[in-house]
Write a protein that binds this ligand. Structure first.
Ligand code: APR
Length: 255
């Protein structure tokens, strides 16, 4: 089947959909030029592996080092813009009654593109929280009223523990409430659009199964490469997220 025919099938399913879930991963931000962990390990960071920086143990051992690494990543993310894929996904909200974006990305680009209902499974690099979550999990901190620095790192104004990025680190668990919400939406949706994820990292990788086996969704995989999602997808659109999502949106809006 040629690509145009496949795109039309995707558009037809989306046209009929009342409830859509978009499950996204690193590939959706590729065109924005988001540095991957690997790309970000340049300059002074070259000597560290992400696994040695993105863990609670690493932060406890050297809070300033981890803080500075995240500050650099955050600056890099702030400097880029949402791309055509993020914008097309946001535009689907005007065409489908219920659209939920479930993302593994911490870059907040879906929100910056205009998506309203975004479940950030791995948190967001744009938020800070209390290391001890002293007011409940997560204790998000207002950046304009942080406590005084200790060892070069700002502290929680409530309890004095270190402030840290609100992201899920290696060895940490995802928020159960976010995961439950994501599973519920997947189970109830008509179409699950999986964009730019390898489908390897759990528990996000299990969400298509909630949509397909426990729900009755039509599952579309948007990815230039073969991946784990392909085993469960009804339709695999092999192309870059920006190209494919723009083409689908054009079919839906007849432009
Ligand atoms: N458009 C769409 N997909 C793309 C593009 C593109 N332009 N370029 C690459 N991809 C695909 C790759 O083929 C791959 O399948 O994006 C996917 C990225 O896979 P991963 O790097 O494994 O990213 P992701 O699935 O988001 O990983 C989940 O793992 O490293 C952790 O916490 C991190 O959130 C991340 C999680």
């Amino acid at each position: 089947m040629d690509m145009q025919h496949q795109l039309q099938i995707a558009a037809d399913h989306l046209k009929r959909a009342q409830r859509l879930v978009v499950l996204s991963g690193a590939g959706v931000s590729k065109e924005s030029g988001i540095p991957t962990y690997r790309d970000a390990q340049e300059g002074m960071w070259q000597q560290y592996k992400p696994e040695d920086l993105a863990t609670p143990a690493a932060f406890k051992k050297n809070p300033k080092l981890v803080w500075d690494w995240y500050a650099a990543r955050r600056q890099a993310v702030t400097a880029v813009q949402p791309n055509r894929a993020h914008l097309a996904i946001a535009a689907l909200q005007t065409l489908i009654p219920q659209v939920t974006v479930v993302t593994q990305n911490v870059d907040r680009l879906h929100t910056r593109a205009g998506s309203h209902d975004v479940i950030e499974l791995h948190g967001s690099i744009m938020e800070l929280k209390c290391f001890d979550d002293c007011q409940g999990d997560p204790t998000i901190l207002d950046e304009t009223s942080l406590g005084a620095d200790r060892d070069g790192v700002p502290t929680c104004p409530h309890c004095g523990a270190f402030a840290r990025p609100n992201v899920v680190w290696f060895t940490e668990y995802l928020s159960e409430s976010k995961l439950e919400r994501a599973r519920d939406f997947c189970q109830a949706c008509d179409v699950l659009l999986v964009v730019g994820t390898s489908g390897i990292v759990q528990p996000a990788a299990s969400l298509p199964y909630y949509a397909k086996r426990w729900g009755s969704a039509f599952v579309i995989d948007v990815n230039p490469n073969d991946n784990e999602i392909a085993t469960i997808a009804d339709l695999a659109l092999r192309g870059a997220a920006g190209d494919v999502m723009t083409a689908i949106l054009a079919l839906l809006t007849n432009t």
